[in-house]
Write a protein that binds this ligand. Structure first.
Ligand SMILES: Cc1cc2nc3c(=O)[nH]c(=O)nc-3n(C[C@H](O)[C@H](O)[C@H](O)COP(=O)(O)OP(=O)(O)OC[C@H]3O[C@@H](n4cnc5c(N)ncnc54)[C@H](O)[C@@H]3O)c2cc1C
Ligand SMILES: *[C@@H]1O[C@H](CO)[C@@H](O)[C@H](O)[C@H]1NC(C)=O
Ligand SMILES: CC(=O)N[C@H]1CO[C@H](CO)[C@@H](O)[C@@H]1O
Length: 315
């Protein structure tokens, strides 16, 4: 009798303990998850966001315009309220809409200013010129280049499946939070724009256990490199950031080239050896980000897939 009473009692006890631990675990997982959602959705998608609903169009004012390279401009836009942040994460993008030659047109751009910046935001835009193959090329960017200061422009957002939160955490599809140890990036030309705010955030955080960054940046010549000084400075001062500049057109003689200090300069097209010699080894905690001209995106994705990188995102 005693035995038969005590056994079920013990079993019940064990069951309860198991149930409590499962419950506690579930509660912990739930609260971590909620904390992350809160962190991403509210506090990181910032105090007083200007953009909250991508279906809603809002007006901002062009307040400055400078040349970054011969065909790239930095535009700064003022938000109506100086308390507002734009309301997007590093790596996300917005839509610009304008009436050009009596047609309503839109294009997407990845702001490069800090997500927490208040009262304004910045876009780096490549200005395309018409050529014989494509006589209408550059409709939107040429319109923006000719826009007088103090003009209004319509924007909406945020857009994108991918935004940087903090300390290696990314918000994916506006829901899941994914953590990565290394971010391996390849950009071509103005395809630096979604990477730049991510790089700036990670450099600013400067966590000892923060993500490691490796950027392969391809351009035709040295004069095409956007934010060259900034990128080289980061490479100099941060062991967690490796920069490899790749030029597809050799302009200087090898002997005239500056001594590569921390960054590496190469004159070649992208190929398998470039990635395997530069990027961290393929692993689950490595994220590959790709943004550039269509041909480069396709080539880079193919190469990184065949090298076995499990997480590849093309902007
Ligand atoms: C998510 C996203 C973010 C972007 N962020 C930026 C940014 O921060 N800065 C920036 O300068 N541009 C960015 N772009 C590109 C931008 O949206 C426009 O395509 C660009 O400004 C050209 O527009 P346009 O009217 O001046 O010239 P268009 O005549 O429309 O295009 C000029 C040339 O650009 C190339 N091109 C345009 N669209 C594509 C495409 N979908 N795939 C491959 N090649 C294409 C072609 O070579 C084309 O001839 C982004 C695009 C996307 C989709
Ligand atoms: C930078 O490159 C060096 C030499 O290849 C390598 O040892 C280091 O791990 C790399 N760091 C990053 C952040 O990729
Ligand atoms: C190869 C390559 O990506 N070249 C790019 C270098 O940068 C310019 C913009 O300054 C782009 O037009 C090129 O496509």
């Amino acid at each position: 009798m005693t035995c038969c009473h005590s056994k079920p009692a013990t079993m019940t006890h064990q069951l309860v303990v198991v149930a409590i631990s499962i419950g506690a675990f579930a509660a912990l997982a739930y609260s971590i998850n909620n904390y992350r959602k809160w962190k991403s959705g509210k506090s990181r998608r910032h105090a007083k966001p200007f953009l909250t609903n991508k279906h809603e169009s809002k007006t901002v004012t062009l307040i400055s315009k400078e040349s970054v390279t011969h065909d790239v401009r930095l535009f700064r836009f003022q938000l109506p309220n100086s308390d507002n942040t734009l309301g997007i994460l590093a790596g996300e993008h917005i839509k610009l809409t304008a009436d050009i030659a009596s047609r309503t047109m839109f294009r997407f751009y990845s702001p490069i200013s800090k997500p927490e910046e208040k009262g304004y935001f910045e876009i780096i835009m490549k200005i395309y010129s018409p050529n014989s193959e494509n006589p209408n090329q550059g409709t939107f960017s040429r319109y923006m280049d000719s826009l007088p200061l103090d003009s209004d422009i319509t924007i909406s957002g945020p857009f994108g499946r991918f935004g940087y939160l903090s300390n290696g955490d990314f918000l994916v599809n506006a829901k899941a939070v994914m953590k990565y140890k290394s971010i391996a990036m390849i950009s071509g030309g103005s395809g630096l724009t979604p990477m730049l705010p991510i790089i700036r955030e990670v450099i600013k955080e400067n966590h000892i256990n923060g993500p490691k960054l490796s950027l392969i940046y391809t351009n035709k010549t040295e004069d095409d490199v956007i934010q060259s000084d900034e990128l080289k400075r980061y490479a100099h001062t941060h062991d967690s950031f490796n920069l490899t500049l790749v030029f597809t057109r050799l302009m200087k003689k090898e002997s005239d080239r500056q001594d590569p200090v921390k960054w590496i300069e190469k004159f070649e097209r992208i190929d398998e050896s470039l990635f395997s010699n530069t990027f961290p080894k393929p692993q689950e905690n490595v994220l590959v980000l790709i943004c550039g001209p269509k041909g480069m995106n396709e080539a880079a994705k193919l190469i990184c897939t065949s090298l076995g990188y499990p997480n590849i995102h093309v902007f």
